[in-house]
Design a protein around this ligand. Structure first.
Ligand code: HEC
Ligand code: HEC
Length: 209
């Protein structure tokens, strides 16, 4: 009996904390502030709806909100540290509050995903698909689809990759490989990838809806 009461109290506290967070994220003032920032500031580079035109700036539209929020916290905490992250995003994120970060993540996640590119060589795209779906067995590279999903739409901590700029994806794979973007799981994946394999998988991803 006593255990049931303690369990019940714990559950109520958990539910209470969860709904407090949800209320915070849905605060209309915070949402409006985040949208102004997204359109007026972030939009200069990422596009007002998160579909940037320049390949240096990642597309954020349709990205998983959990991933987006985690990246903004990683920039703010100065943990995501390749030169472009330092040069562009450390300053941008320095004064963002947690509620604003969550609202920005929700804003981008709700935008329509980018249109796929048709500008890549068919043979390269086919090679990229093979790597994405099967990995490179001889080199111990796992299938990307195992974590990023069969359609590359990702889930939670695993980012969406579909429709991302190939040049950006390529650069991230190189940064994971040399640990400038220091994430153990992706270092393990990218470690043995050859440049040509990175290019192919990046090209394939940009052609996905
Ligand atoms: C002056 C240009 C610029 C502005 C303004 C800017 N960013 Fe960025 N952002 C970048 C660049 C460049 C990168 C890629 C960094 C890298 O290569 O690691 C990036 C990366 C990101 C990422 C990581 C995306 C991913 O797929 O991992 C997020 C999220 C992000 N920016 C959100 C924002 C938000 C929110 C704002 C506004 C508060 C903003 N950015 C303003 C240039 C900019
Ligand atoms: C074991 C799970 C796992 C596998 C397999 C995996 N990834 Fe990832 N990947 C992740 C995680 C987790 C992240 C987020 C890293 C972070 O938090 O910064 C990520 C991030 C990325 C990013 C950065 C996205 C962005 O917007 O900046 C790219 C690009 C990427 N992965 C490509 C690939 C490719 C290509 C493969 C296959 C060769 C692959 N991944 C296989 C887990 C995985």
């Amino acid at each position: 009996m006593r255990n049931v009461i303690i369990l019940g109290a714990g559950l109520l506290m958990t539910l209470g904390a969860a709904s407090a967070r949800a209320d915070e994220a849905a605060d209309p003032t915070v949402t409006a502030h985040a949208e102004r920032l997204a359109v007026g500031t972030c939009g200069t580079c990422h596009g007002v709806r998160g579909i940037s035109q320049q390949p240096k700036y990642p597309r954020l539209a349709g990205q998983n909100p959990t991933y987006l929020a985690a990246q903004l916290r990683a920039f703010r905490g100065q943990q995501r540290g390749d030169p472009d992250a330092i040069g562009y995003m450390w300053g941008m994120s320095a004064s963002l509050e947690d509620g604003t970060i969550d609202a920005l993540a929700a804003y981008y996640a709700a935008q329509p995903a980018p249109t796929p590119s048709t500008n890549h060589d068919a043979a390269m795209v086919a090679r990229g698909r093979e790597i994405y779906e099967k990995g490179v067995e001889s080199a111990g590279v796992p299938a990307c689809s195992a974590c990023h999903g069969p359609d590359a739409h990702g889930i939670a901590d695993f980012p969406r990759l579909a429709g991302q700029h190939a040049q950006y994806v390529m650069k991230q794979l190189a940064s994971f490989q040399n640990n400038m973007r220091n994430v153990a799981v992706m270092h393990g994946v990218a470690q043995a990838l050859k440049v040509e394999e990175m290019r192919s998988v990046a090209a394939f991803l940009e052609t996905l809806p």
